[in-house]
Design a protein around this ligand. Structure first.
Ligand SMILES: Cc1cc2nc3c(=O)[nH]c(=O)nc-3n(C[C@H](O)[C@H](O)[C@H](O)COP(=O)(O)OP(=O)(O)OC[C@H]3O[C@@H](n4cnc5c(N)ncnc54)[C@H](O)[C@@H]3O)c2cc1C
Length: 471
C-alpha cells in the first residue's frame, strides 16, 4: 500500500550503503554537503555482509585449525575439532559489529539515512520505495546522485541458486555443517578462496573451470604455486570444462560438464557452489528515466571523476565495473564526493593492489614484466623466493616468491607480484613505492626489520639492482 507523497531535497543522494556508498556519504559529509543515503538491505553492502569480511573470517578460522593439525614438523601434534556452526556464529558476530560500526560512522557524519530502495523518478528526482506493510513512497530531489548499488553473483543458466544444492558465495559462507563433497563451478578468486576453506574443513572439493587455469587474471607462475598447494589439500581441478546441467538425487546432485571436444563428464557432490563472476545491480534503479548509460555488460560507464553520462550523477564501486574490489569502491566514493564538492580529484588506477586470500596468498600491484614491455619500458625484474627467507621458514612456509618490476633506466618501480604468506600485506609497501614514484634505490636503502617477510621484498628489490645478498 502506498501512503503519502512526501518530497524532500538533498545536495547528494547516495544510493547503496556498501563500501562505495558509505565512504562517498562520509566524505561528502566531511566536505559540508547535505547527504541522504538510501540502503535497501544492510549497511556495509556485499563486502561486510557476504563478501570480504565473512570470507576472510572463515579463512582465518579454518587456517587456525589447519595449521594446528599440520604442525608436526614443528613438534606440535594436534587434532582440532571444528564446529562449523561455532565458526559461522563467530563470523556473524564480526559482521554485526562492523555493520553497526558503519551505521554509527554514517550517523556521526550527519547523513540522513533512509532504509528502502531508491529508484530514479526523473533525471533530478528519486523515489524511495520502503519495504514493509503500510510503508509509502517518498521522493527526494537531488543536486547530485552517487549510484553505489554494487553487484550480485552471476547465475549460470540451469544452475539457479536455491541455497540448498546450488549455492552462491553467500550461501557457502553460512552452511550449517561441513559437507562431505562440493563441486565448485569457477576457479576465480571467490571459488578458490571458498574451495580452500572447505577443503581444509575436510570436504572433498572439485573445481570445474571453463578456462585452462585457475585465477586466470594472474600470471601462470603465481597461480601454479596456489594450484599446487590446493592439490595438496586434496582439491581436484578439471580445466576446460563448462557446467551444463545438474540433476539431484537423495542427498546430493550430479553436475554434468562438457569440454571443448564435446565430451561430457559427471561429478557427484552434496552441494554445487557457483562462483563464475559478478554482475552489476542496476535493475533496482529505473535508470531508463535518466541519461545514465551502461556498457554491453550492464556496468555504468564513468569517467576519471566517477561521473556518468548524466552530468550530476556519479557511479562508484562494482556497479561501475572493474576493478571490482572494496578498496577501489572506497577510493571511487571519495573521488565522487570530492568532485561534487568542487575539489580536484581523479581516479588513478596505476597502483591498485589486488589480493587473493588463498593458501598461499597472492598480492599484486602495478604492471607485470610483459605489461611494462607493452607500455614501452625496458623492464628489469628481481625475484626472491620464500624458501630463502628465514622468516618464511620459521613459519614453516617455503613456497612462493616476491617479484619486483622496475624500469631499467630510471629505476622507477612499476609493479610487483607476490605469492606466499601474507602477500596481501607485503604488497602494500610496493603499492606505496609506485604511488610515490619511488625507485629501486629508495626501497633498497630502506632498512627492513629482520627477520620479517618484508625482507623478501627488500631482497627482490636489491636483486633487481644486481645486489641481492641473501639469494
Ligand atoms: C565472497 C566475496 C569475497 C570478496 N572478497 C573481497 C576481498 O577480499 N577484497 C576486496 O577488495 N573485495 C572483495 N570482494 C568484493 C567486494 O565485496 C566488492 O567489491 C564491494 O563490496 C563493492 O562495493 P560496492 O559499494 O560497490 O557494492 P556492494 O558492497 O555490493 O553494496 C551495494 C549496496 O547497494 C544496495 N542497493 C542496491 N540497489 C539499491 C537501491 N536501488 N536502493 C538502495 N540500496 C540499493 C545493496 O543492498 C548493497 O548493500 C568480495 C566479494 C565476495 C562476494
Amino acid at each position: 500500500m502506498v501512503v503519502g507523497d512526501i518530497t524532500s531535497s538533498t545536495d547528494v543522494l547516495v544510493i547503496g550503503g556498501g563500501p562505495g556508498g558509505y565512504v562517498a556519504a562520509i566524505r561528502a559529509g566531511q566536505l559540508n554537503l547535505d547527504v541522504t543515503l538510501v540502503e535497501m538491505d544492510a549497511y556495509g553492502g556485499s563486502c561486510l555482509n557476504r563478501g570480504c569480511i565473512p570470507s576472510k573470517a572463515m579463512i582465518s578460522a579454518t587456517d587456525v585449525a589447519h595449521h594446528a593439525s599440520e604442525a608436526e614438523a614443528m613438534g606440535v601434534y594436534a587434532d582440532p575439532a571444528v564446529d562449523l556452526q561455532g565458526m559461522v556464529t563467530w563470523k556473524d558476530r564480526l559482521v554485526t559489529r562492523l555493520t553497526k560500526g558503519v551505521e554509527s560512522l554514517l550517523e556521526r557524519s550527519g547523513a540522513t539515512l533512509i532504509p528502502g530502495r531508491a529508484e530514479f523518478a526523473s533525471p533530478g528526482k528519486a523515489r524511495i520505495v520502503a519495504s514493509g506493510e503500510g510503508q509509502g513512497a517518498e521522493s527526494i530531489e537531488f543536486d547530485h546522485a552517487i549510484v553505489a548499488t554494487g553487484s550480485r553473483p552471476i547465475e549460470v543458466p540451469g544452475f539457479e541458486f536455491d541455497g540448498d544444492r546450488i549455492l552462491s558465495s553467500k550461501h557457502a559462507l553460512s552452511l550449517e555443517s561441513v559437507p562431505d563433497s562440493m563441486v565448485v563451478v569457477g576457479g576465480g578468486y571467490i571459488g578458490m578462496e571458498l574451495a580452500t576453506v572447505y577443503a581444509k574443513l575436510g570436504c572433498d572439493v572439485t573445481i570445474v573451470e571453463m578456462l585452462d587455469d585457475a585465477l586466470p587474471s594472474y600470471e601462470a607462475d603465481l597461480t601454479a604455486v596456489v594450484v599446487d598447494r590446493a592439490e595438496k589439500l586434496g582439491i581436484e581441478f578439471h580445466f576446460g570444462e563448462r557446467a551444463l546441467e545438474y540433476e539431484t538425487f537423495d542427498g546430493g546432485l550430479t553436475v554434468r560438464t562438457e569440454n571443448d571436444e564435446g565430451a561430457v563428464s559427471e561429478f557427484d557432490a552434496e552441494h554445487c557452489l557457483v562462483a563464475v563472476g559478478r554482475e552489476p545491480v542496476t535493475d533496482t534503479l529505473n535508470l531508463e528515466v535518466t541519461e545514465v548509460e551502461t556498457d554491453d555488460s550492464g556496468f555504468i560507464e564513468t569517467d576519471a571523476q566517477a561521473r556518468t553520462s548524466q552530468e550530476n550523477v556519479f557511479a562508484v564501486g562494482d556497479v561501475a565495473g572493474e576493478p571490482m574490489l572494496a578498496h577501489t569502491a572506497f577510493v571511487e566514493g571519495e573521488v565522487a564526493a570530492e568532485t561534487i564538492a568542487g575539489e580536484p580529484a581523479a581516479l588513478d588506477h596505476q597502483a591498485v593492489p589486488a589480493a587473493v586470500f588463498t593458501d598461499p596468498e597472492i598480492g599484486t600491484v602495478g604492471m607485470t614484466e610483459s605489461e611494462a614491455e607493452e607500455a614501452g619500458f625496458d623492464p628489469v625484474t628481481g625475484q626472491m623466493p620464500m624458501r630463502a627467507s628465514g622468516r618464511a621458514l620459521s613459519l614453516d612456509e617455503r613456497e612462493g616468491f616476491v617479484r619486483v618490476v622496475a624500469d631499467a633506466e630510471s629505476g622507477f618501480i612499476l609493479g610487483a607480484q607476490i605469492v606466499g604468506p601474507d602477500a596481501s600485506e607485503l604488497v602494500a609497501e610496493l603499492a606505496l613505492a609506485i604511488e610515490m614514484g619511488a625507485t629501486l634505490e629508495d626501497v633498497a636503502a630502506t632498512i627492513h626489520i629482520h627477520p620479517t617477510l618484508s625482507e623478501a621484498v627488500h631482497e627482490a628489490v636489491k636483486g633487481a639492482r644486481g645486489q641481492s645478498i641473501h639469494y
